[in-house]
Design a protein around this ligand. Structure first.
Ligand code: NAD
Length: 431
């Protein structure tokens, strides 16, 4: 099938590469010419494990190409995936201006049947608006369908997730759209949940909000554990064996972040409000998440007393490991807050430093973990990259002014750290 993927970000690029791998002919289109220039030179605009190899392989076989001419991509494809960003507005709602722009462009350019599939995360009723927009601006009254196909991939394991999803959700209002989408995904062995478009859109917001709720739950639990002298990681284990609960997303830490959970939770609260329901449960999820970042800042304060004038070595800026994505990263918020309190920061992240440098201009960056530590008053671990789990603790102790570690990801055993002479503060575990 001839597929156009509009938006070549984290979701669009992975979608393009994976559909090409499945044997379809794909054109990835983006209105950011710098991204397309890079892609044409086979340079990746983002870091995602395995993506570069997959794109190179499919370019070689002629199954994938890239263009900044979005109109051309629309004209030559019968299936169009919308994968543009839906960032948060100041009132918490989703900014759908890119989705609308693409819908209008499709309407203006199409001269034959198109199936327009929204893969971006959008509030319920967006599909209906896309349909209305195309009906309004397509003068030739060409036949088309709109569908919803939310994406559940996780950055860092995006290709695996796309090819091995827990389920594929398809929201349609015509048999034609349903059969095209089922054909498109026929080689992916996963349950296909076929529903109407509104329901499909809500499945995505409900799923992300539920996962965010699990994280806020365990973070709230970490606060209770510290007061009760109990171990949140053991509680998570004890809870996680219960099949009704599951162990995933029960790691206490600095709060959830990234380009999905924070904005999707606030968009869901916003849309519920517009529909006449006060989603106070999710408001608490948001509040708990904000408090957890403050909680980590307080831990640094507890370890160092006066913050003004202190220097911190920071490991991790990405919102999670195996990505360069710093959007809504709790690490970025925590570092910003500490800087406001007069702390100087020397940071290292394996992949996210280029992105971080554009936002956090007043900190030092190091090329490897240990270089951040020399002469620092303490080490603060904010992202659970594999590289940070096996630090040479003797070396760390020798480099820091005093052996103080604040570990927001619970990477080390508190007992062993104490034995090794560290003042070690982690999240929700007995000291
Ligand atoms: P992104 O910012 O990385 O990519 C969006 C791309 O769309 C950018 O390259 C941008 O230049 C392009 N774009 C914007 N307006 C355009 C237009 N009018 N025409 C052509 N291109 C345009 O975003 P992302 O992380 O890939 O997320 C995209 C959507 O997928 C969002 O709704 C997001 O919530 C959702 N989503 C993201 C993830 C994730 O892990 N990142 C996972 C599932 C769903």
């Amino acid at each position: 099938m001839n597929i156009a993927v509009i938006g070549t970000g984290y979701v669009g690029l992975v979608t393009s590469a994976c559909f090409a791998k499945l044997g379809h002919t794909v054109v990835g289109a983006d209105n950011d010419p710098s991204k397309i220039e890079k892609l044409k030179k086979l340079q990746m605009p983002i870091y995602e494990p395995g993506l570069e190899e997959l794109i190179k392989e499919n370019v070689k076989h002629g199954r994938i190409s890239f263009t900044s001419n979005v109109s051309e991509a629309v004209k030559k494809s019968s299936i169009i995936f919308i994968c543009v960003g839906t960032p948060p507005l100041s009132d918490g709602g989703a900014d759908l201006s890119a989705v609308e722009k693409v819908a209008r462009l499709i309407a203006e350019e199409m001269t034959d049947y198109k199936l327009v599939i929204d893969k971006s995360t959008v509030p319920v009723h967006t599909g209906a608006w896309v349909k209305k927009t195309i009906l309004t601006y397509n003068k030739q009254k060409v036949d088309f369908d709109v569908a919803s196909n939310p994406e559940f991939l996780r950055e860092g394991t995006a290709i695996y997730d796309f090819m091995n999803p827990d389920r594929i959700v398809i929201g349609v209002d015509s048999e034609k759209a349903k059969s095209i989408l089922l054909e498109l995904y026929k080689d992916i062995d996963a349950v296909k949940v076929v529903t109407d478009i509104n329901t499909s859109e809500l499945i995505k917001h409900a799923s992300n909000s539920f996962l965010a709720m699990k994280i806020s739950f365990v973070n709230a639990l970490s606060r209770i554990c510290e007061k009760a002298n109990a171990d949140v990681t053991k509680i998570a284990e004890g809870m996680g064996y219960d099949k009704r609960i599951g162990r995933a997303f029960l790691n206490a830490g600095p709060g959830f972040g990234g380009f999905c959970f924070p904005k999707d939770v606030s968009a869901f609260i916003h849309i519920a409000d517009k529909l006449g329901y006060d989603f106070h449960l999710l408001k608490s999820v948001e509040k708990t998440n904000d408090e957890q970042k403050e909680f980590i800042v307080k831990k640094v304060e507890e370890a160092l007393w006066v913050l003004n004038g202190k220097t911190l070595a920071v490991l991790g800026l990405a919102f999670k490991p195996n990505t360069d994505d710093i959007r809504f990263s709790p690490a970025m918020d925590i570092v910003t807050e500490l800087m406001k309190k007069g702390v100087s920061v020397n940071a290292y992240d394996p992949e996210a430093m280029e992105n971080a440098k554009r936002v956090l201009k007043d900190i030092e960056y190091s090329e490897e973990p240990y270089a951040t530590m020399s002469g620092a008053d303490a080490l603060l671990i904010l992202t659970d990259w594999e590289d940070f789990k096996n630090l040479d603790l003797k070396k760390v102790s020798g480099l820091l002014k005093a052996p103080v570690i604040i570990d927001a990801r619970n990477l080390y055993d508190p007992k062993k750290m104490k034995e090794a002479g560290f003042t070690y503060k982690s999240v929700g575990r007995p000291m």
